[in-house]
Design a protein around this ligand. Structure first.
Ligand SMILES: [Zn+2]
Length: 221
């Protein structure tokens, strides 16, 4: 079966050579302005949805497009994109029809995934009253997809790496979007955050007087 992938890769490469500049453009240095946090089971990537060229988006995916405050993999992607690539936008992009959100709403044990889904189940529990008024299971899961995007914006707004970027004077905007594989359209959930002040208002805490963390690398900026 994987032989098929290697064969189709050869066909794909051959097809790309019809555009003599394709690989030259792909390999060229490019400013990366976007960190895209997407779901691992989404059928469409940020690059496909936006049509941006390769390299314009730094993708991080995981089950349910989560921004966990203590997940080393996610935090590494966040720190790299903010401090090395100096992205100007972080997009949390959920998708309707997400199997991970449907799993979070079910009571079926899924071993290790249950730990990962704990925060999503807690979110569903906080909104149980509203979710239970939605009779159709798919529509209910889709509403949780939207709520989850906003919850991840809260996580990002309260993240010290994100807050430090604003304190350094870095231009940074957080976006909460969602799309459907059925039409490919991105929908803005209107949770855009552009400043530390707005972020602290969003997470419900006071704006700290001093940076949460300092180091020599950031001291000069
Ligand atoms: Zn998903």
């Amino acid at each position: 079966m994987t032989e098929d992938l290697l064969t189709s890769n050869m066909a794909w490469v051959a097809g790309r050579y019809e555009d003599s500049e394709f690989f030259k453009r792909t390999a060229a240095e490019r400013q990366t302005d976007y960190l895209w946090l997407g779901c691992a089971d989404s059928r469409l990537t940020g690059q496909e949805l936006t049509g941006l060229p390769p390299g314009a988006i730094f993708h991080h995916t995981n089950p349910g497009n989560l921004a966990p405050p203590l997940d080393v993999g996610f935090l590494s992607s966040l720190q790299f994109s903010l401090e090395v690539l100096k992205v100007r936008h972080v997009v949390v992009c959920g998708h309707y029809g997400c199997g991970v959100m449907a799993a979070a709403l079910s009571n079926t044990p899924i071993d290790l995934l249950d730990r990962w889904l704990g925060p999503v189940r807690a979110l569903a529990s906080r909104h149980a009253e509203a979710l239970e008024t939605i009779m159709d299971p798919g529509a209910r899961a889709n509403r949780l997809c939207e709520l989850n995007v906003t919850a991840q914006l809260v996580n990002l707004a309260g993240n010290p790496l994100v807050q430090d970027a604003w304190r350094r004077g870095q231009s940074l905007t957080l976006h909460g979007w969602i799309h459907s594989a059925a039409d490919g359209l991105l929908r803005d959930l209107e949770t855009t955050i552009t400043s530390l002040k707005q972020a602290m208002s969003f997470v419900g805490g006071p704006v700290p007087e001093a940076p949460l963390r300092r180091n020599a690398r950031r001291g000069s900026s």
